[in-house]
Design a protein around this ligand. Structure first.
Ligand code: BGC
Length: 742
């Protein structure tokens, strides 16, 4: 048996190598026939006419340039008809090199899934992979070859609008999700008709923009880079990611786009990345504004030298690389290497065999927004909701309620549920594509339940004229559901906010409704952690619903009535106030830690606020309760070549089936550099029926004990460790010490 397996493996890798060789041969022979202009053309990417995702360079000659072989890739061209039209132009070029079509398919395509941060709250890797899979099936059926996702930037600052696009603040969770998303997008292999190339972004450290202001500078130690920000990129690469995108920010003074250390030394050097790197939108040209490059020509020089292979919308390569080669400033080998990386992907996608293979209108009709995909989107949406508070078992709601008041500016919204980075839907007939929260509730309640509505107020602004109607409506109901939060355009790219309190007068609306004495359930829709202290302290029940996509209304209704028991856990820390930001659970130990929450004096604390967050990383409630007991370690003293088997009992001691995300944290008690107070090292999402118990097992190995030491080597240092099993980073249920002895 073993022999057969080894034999099969050998044959598979032999064929894979043989195929790669033929692709390399094809690439080389094509390259020999290309003029320098045609080569540079392959490195050039323009936007099409779909909604632009950055400042456009108007170029009336795009079509002529494609025919002349001067453009290698387009973005923002979607749909089989449109992509076919453009591909037909490329087929009129001398060498008939097909175009690559890229698009920001960030959380679903026409079937829109929850925003990535919300999906991260599911801690359900299978669900996250499936979401990316469905997105790839739909996007590839719509002519797209390449998605600019996943974004794997660690986000520790909720002022930064793009936290909505990532997996949150934690590196371990981030690596797992990065891996799952790449697998989902790329499927079994590139070239399968339902796979798209992933593009891991933004390389690197974009999430650490100073002050949470988008596009701002990043000042970061090499240790922080390696320990916190790079691992999700490496995980995505290990999952086979075909491409990377660099970033707008500078890192320690060098723009990432022109950063040789990041792209040549780390990505293409140490990590041996064989795919290609695309610049971010206009980021090559922006090196001039950064004051790093004198002009577009020197920006082109820096970018290509640093390892940026494709120029998105800067026109820097198109007009300068040939001259730089002629002047002997750039070796043609550098251009050839970039071209080869891109051509290889075009061959792997099968585009040279059939440039129109992704532009099949029948397939497009069949795949987009089909019932099966919507079912998956509903499942993922339910799993992404986080129950923040549930006093007196306010939730789930009874199905026999006579009157429910559904109040708030988000109730009847359609597009607001899609969040930022949703692929354009037709502006008409939103109800065909999106289930609003109102529609979802209507689908759920029976004939005997009356649903009342009042808007109350807008998301922002200071107008309270709608409060009176909202109060009258609330008073007639047995229960009030209040849907408030951010509009879809309040988090996302270029959507940083200095104030992340609930916008407008929405919290005043909560206060007014609460004063009626009616039971109130608050739904908070958002792309980031918000601050809503009054609501958190006073409302009996709160669901954080993020932006859940096309099935938002149905998912919320399922959770409200207990048809799904919420299982999400926060992937980011929720601060008490903006002044605590950046705030994250795995901070270093200081020399003066406060003894408790209220300690003041010469300790590391605020004189006007607690150190702890409002809601910690990993937090989320359920309609049932879980008990953790009986922690066992196979050993409390190990050598570095040994493992510890950890086990304990998890019991559902409540009345309904539920899922718990059990989290394993470690603290290395002392090291050659200061270590975090605790770090997530593993987790499992476990489903248990009421009354059911299960033994949960984890393994601790050397890898889990390792970190970058004072020489930046990845090693496990001997010493004492604390193991913590928790329901969140601040709710540790079981603890034990162990020692690594060599
Ligand atoms: C964003 C990228 C995106 C690109 C193309 C840029 O502004 O930073 O994440 O992929 O536009 O739309």
């Amino acid at each position: 048996m073993k022999k057969i397996t080894t034999m099969t493996l050998l044959m598979v890798s032999f064929f894979a190598m043989a195929q790669q060789e033929t692709i390399d041969q094809k690439v080389n022979s094509l390259l020999k026939r290309m003029t320098i202009e045609e080569k540079i053309g392959q490195l050039n990417q323009y936007t099409g006419d779909n909604s632009a995702t950055g400042p456009i360079n108007i170029n009336p000659n795009k079509q002529a340039e494609i025919k002349a072989g001067l453009i290698g890739s387009m973005l923002n061209i979607i749909g089989t008809k449109y992509t076919r039209q453009y591909q037909e132009l490329a087929m009129q070029s001398r060498l008939k090199i097909p175009l690559l079509f890229g698009q920001d398919v960030i959380h679903g395509y026409k079937t829109t899934f929850p925003i990535p941060l919300a999906e991260a709250a599911s801690w359900d890797l299978e669900a996250i992979e499936l979401s990316a899979r469905v997105a790839a099936i739909e996007a590839s059926a719509s002519g797209i070859h390449w998605t600019f996702a996943p974004m794997v930037d660690i986000g520790r600052d909720p002022r930064w609008g793009r936290v909505m696009e990532g997996a949150g603040e934690d590196t371990y969770l981030g690596t797992k999700i990065a891996h799952a998303r790449v697998k989902g997008f790329q499927g079994n292999k590139l070239g399968d008709l339902n796979s798209v190339m992933a593009c891991v972004k933004h390389f690197a450290a974009y999430g650490a923009a100073i002050g949470g202001r988008d596009y701002n500078s990043v000042d970061m130690s090499e240790r922080m880079l390696w320990e916190t920000y790079l691992p999700p990129f490496k995980a995505a690469l290990d999952a086979g990611a075909a491409t990377f995108m660099n970033s707008f920010n500078d890192v320690n003074g060098i723009p990432a786009t022109g950063n040789k250390h990041l792209q040549r030394d780390i990505l293409k050097g140490k990590w041996n990345f064989q795919g290609f790197v695309v610049s971010d939108w206009g980021s090559i040209g922006e090196m001039v504004a950064h004051g790093y490059s004198k002009d577009l020509k020197s920006a082109a020089f820096s970018a290509i030298t640093a390892g940026s292979d494709m120029d998105m919308e800067s026109n820097a390569y198109r007009y300068n690389l040939a001259e730089l080669v002629k002047e002997g400033k750039i070796a043609i080998d550098l251009i050839d290497d970039a071209v080869k990386r891109i051509l290889r992907k075009k061959f792997e996608l099968g585009l040279f065999d059939d440039p129109y293979r992704y532009s099949d209108t029948k397939r497009e009709e069949k795949e987009l927004n089909n019932p099966e995909n919507r079912k998956t989107a509903l499942e993922v949406a339910k799993k992404s909701i986080v129950l923040l508070k549930n006093e007196n078992e306010t939730l789930p709601l009874s199905k026999n309620l006579k009157t429910i008041a559904f109040i708030g500016p988000m109730v009847k919204e359609y597009k607001a549920n899609m969040g930022f980075w949703a692929v354009d839907l037709p502006e008409v007939n939103y109800d065909k594509w999106i289930v609003s929260q109102w529609d979802g509730l209507q689908n759920k309640v029976g004939k005997n339940t009356k649903l009342l509505y009042a808007k109350g107020c807008e998301v922002d602004g200071d107008n309270k004229d709608g409060f009176a109607e909202a109060l009258t409506t609330a008073k007639q109901a047995d229960v009030v559901i209040l849907s408030i939060g951010e509009r879809h355009d309040m988090s996302g790219e270029a959507k940083s906010r200095s104030d992340i309190h609930l916008p407008g007068v929405q919290e005043d609306l909560v206060k007014a409704i609460m004063a009626t004495g009616k039971p109130v359930v608050v739904l908070i829709n958002s792309g980031r952690p918000l601050v809503f202290n009054w609501t958190a302290d006073n409302a009996p029940a709160i669901l954080y619903t993020w932006w859940l996509g096309t099935e938002a209304g149905n998912a919320i209704a399922d959770v409200l009535f207990g048809d799904y028991n919420p299982s999400g856990k926060l992937p980011m820390t929720f601060p008490r106030e903006v002044g605590q930001i950046p705030i994250y659970y795995n901070h270093f130990s200081t020399g003066r830690p406060p003894a408790d929450e209220n300690a003041k004096g010469y300790v590391s604390s605020y004189i006007d606020l607690k150190n702890s967050p409002k809601f910690p990383f990993g937090y989320g409630l359920s309609y049932t309760k879980f008990d953790y007991s009986g922690l066992k370690l196979s050993s409390t003293k190990i050598k570095s070549n040994e493992n510890i088997k950890v086990s304990f009992q998890l019991s559902n001691i409540g009345k309904v089936t539920g899922e718990e995300v059990v989290q394993l944290y470690l603290q290395d008690k002392f090291g050659s550099v200061v270590r975090p107070v605790l770090e997530l090292k593993d987790f499992q999402k476990v489903k248990l029926d009421a009354g059911e118990s299960k033994t949960i097992a984890f393994t601790i190995d050397k890898e889990k004990l390792s970190f970058y030491n004072n020489k930046l080597e990845w090693i496990a240092e001997p010493g004492d460790f604390e193991l913590m099993i928790g329901a969140s980073s601040a709710d540790i249920k079981l603890k034990a010490d162990f020692e690594l002895v060599d």
